[in-house]
Design a binder for this molecule. Structure first.
Ligand SMILES: NC(=O)c1ccc[n+]([C@@H]2O[C@H](COP(=O)([O-])OP(=O)(O)OC[C@H]3O[C@@H](n4cnc5c(N)ncnc54)[C@H](OP(=O)(O)O)[C@@H]3O)[C@@H](O)[C@H]2O)c1
Length: 425
């Protein structure tokens, strides 16, 4: 059988993994795809760079135009420019595209779908969310008959690694980030991960598919892990909770609530046992009930596995009518972040004298914050640490209550405000 020619844009961590996987499993991949696969040309930035021996140096080029001679295009270069432009050009020219690019798919999914329609081909992006975890096709196809009510995911391996180290070794945030960098789980500039922006992009992609609506990263209310203290993670552990950066998308009375924030998860919940750089996506739907997808959210071979699955699918259906990426264009109604309801853990430092607890309770009561429990621990002679756990409350109410608590003369400061896992999760 005539081999399929596959061009690749980028040959870094994921691209090299794709070549290695193809070499290791060539026979099985050929059988599944129905034809042998040959990779090249491969577009890179620096032709002189040292590369793994598996990379065929004579296939390397800097010219995008060479790619259009291939049957299928893999995009594993990342970033927005020129990746977006090249994906659109390849699709418009009638080449199916397999991409791992969450930035382009989260921000420009509709444009990409339109280019695929114009070119009469499909675009595949399993690797864009959850690395090796097969969540995109599961949501699009296997779960198409289920109405998804909620997605709660641990979508960023870097932050999960950092939070695991903080919890298990008692390290502070800065030391845990340095450890993650040394172990290869965090980039030199980890801000997009720590600030929750990477998780927000992945959540936007998942929510767009699950809720058949156009959801953008800017629709997600984002709070990163930058403000977390080892002390609170330790207090949470004593109370039976693990701290996770949760990405939540849920239907609330006909509207969609989208948020990324740290949250305490009960230790008995399956999400609490997702450690180190692992990812998980917990789904709740009307027909399926609860389901969890767990695995490696990044890494050369796990991500290459998702790319290869897409590539095999693209090759099998080459030359047949495109099935079409159904990227919904309609914008849904979003729940304003202040109307989202959560339970909270609050830690404050207060004077240790009669009447202080009553003042705190009065402020919380005035803002409709119903107290679940309070723990007071003396700190020195005249000061005490108060840990208040609330019942479900609107976020706007807690924000107002915190502002007023900060003005009380008896409260030196509210040191932490962390959500507990959503009710019903
Ligand atoms: N790494 C993971 O674990 C992982 C997991 C899931 C998804 N992804 C996604 O997969 C994609 C690739 O990630 P990666 O980690 O493999 O990236 P990477 O190691 O930085 O590799 C990027 C590759 O793209 C090439 N490239 C970058 N800009 C270019 C340009 N302007 N022109 C030509 N070539 C260019 C680079 O060329 P040079 O080699 O010459 O520098 C390099 O080969 C990204 O979208 C990423 O978000 C990665």
């Amino acid at each position: 059988l005539k081999p399929v020619r596959v061009a690749m844009l980028g040959c870094g961590t994921v691209g090299t993994g794709v070549l290695a996987l193809l070499a290791d499993n060539r026979e099985a991949i050929t059988a599944k795809a129905g034809r042998p696969i040959e990779v090249g040309p491969i577009v890179v930035r620096d032709l002189k760079k040292e590369r793994a021996p598996i990379v065929p140096r004579d296939s390397l080029t800097r010219r995008f135009e060479d790619v259009l001679a291939a049957d299928v295009v893999i995009e594993v270069m990342g970033g927005m420019t020129p990746a977006r432009d090249w994906i659109l050009k390849a699709l418009s020219a009638g080449r199916p595209v397999v991409t791992a690019n969450k930035d382009v798919m989260a921000e420009h999914g509709v444009e990409v779908a339109a280019a695929a329609r114009a070119g009469g081909v499909d675009v595949f992006f399993e690797a864009a969310v959850g690395g090796g975890i097969p969540i995109i096709r599961s949501l699009k196809e296997s779960l198409a008959g289920t109405r998804v009510r909620r997605i709660a995911g641990i979508l960023n391996g870097t932050t999960n690694y950092v939070l695991t180290r903080m919890a298990e070794a008692g390290t502070d945030l800065r030391a845990a980030v340095a450890e993650a960098q040394a172990a290869g789980f965090a980039e030199a500039d980890p801000r997009a991960d720590l600030d929750g922006l990477d998780a927000a992009r992945k959540l936007a992609i998942l929510a767009s598919i699950a809720f058949s609506a156009r959801v953008l990263p800017s629709d997600v209310a984002v709070e990163g892990i930058g403000g977390l203290k080892a002390h609170d993670i330790e207090s949470g552990q004593r109370l039976g909770w693990a701290c996770k950066l949760l990405a939540v998308a849920e239907q609330v009375g006909g509207r969609i609530s989208l948020r990324v924030h740290p949250a305490f998860v009960e230790k008995s919940h399956p999400l609490a046992s997702v450690r180190d750089s692992y990812n998980a996506i917990y789904l709740q739907g009307d027909a399926i009930g609860d389901a969890m997808f767990y695995g490696r959210g990044a890494g050369s071979l796990p991500t290459a596995s998702a790319v290869m699955g897409d590539l095999i699918e693209a090759v099998r259906f080459l030359g047949q009518p495109a099935r079409g990426l159904q990227a919904a264009e309609g914008r849904p109604d979003f729940l304003p972040p202040g109307e989202a309801v959560s339970r909270f853990y609050l830690r404050m430092q207060a004077l240790d004298r009669p009447g202080v607890l009553a003042q705190v309770a009065a402020v919380l009561g005035r803002h409709d914050v119903n107290i679940h429990s309070v723990m007071q621990t003396p700190e020195g002679e005249r000061s005490a640490e108060l840990i208040v756990r609330t019942h479900p409350v609107r976020e706007a109410s807690i924000t107002n209550a915190l502002t007023e608590l900060g003005r009380l003369e008896a409260v030196a400061g509210v040191r932490a405000c962390i959500r507990l896992q959503p009710d019903g999760l």
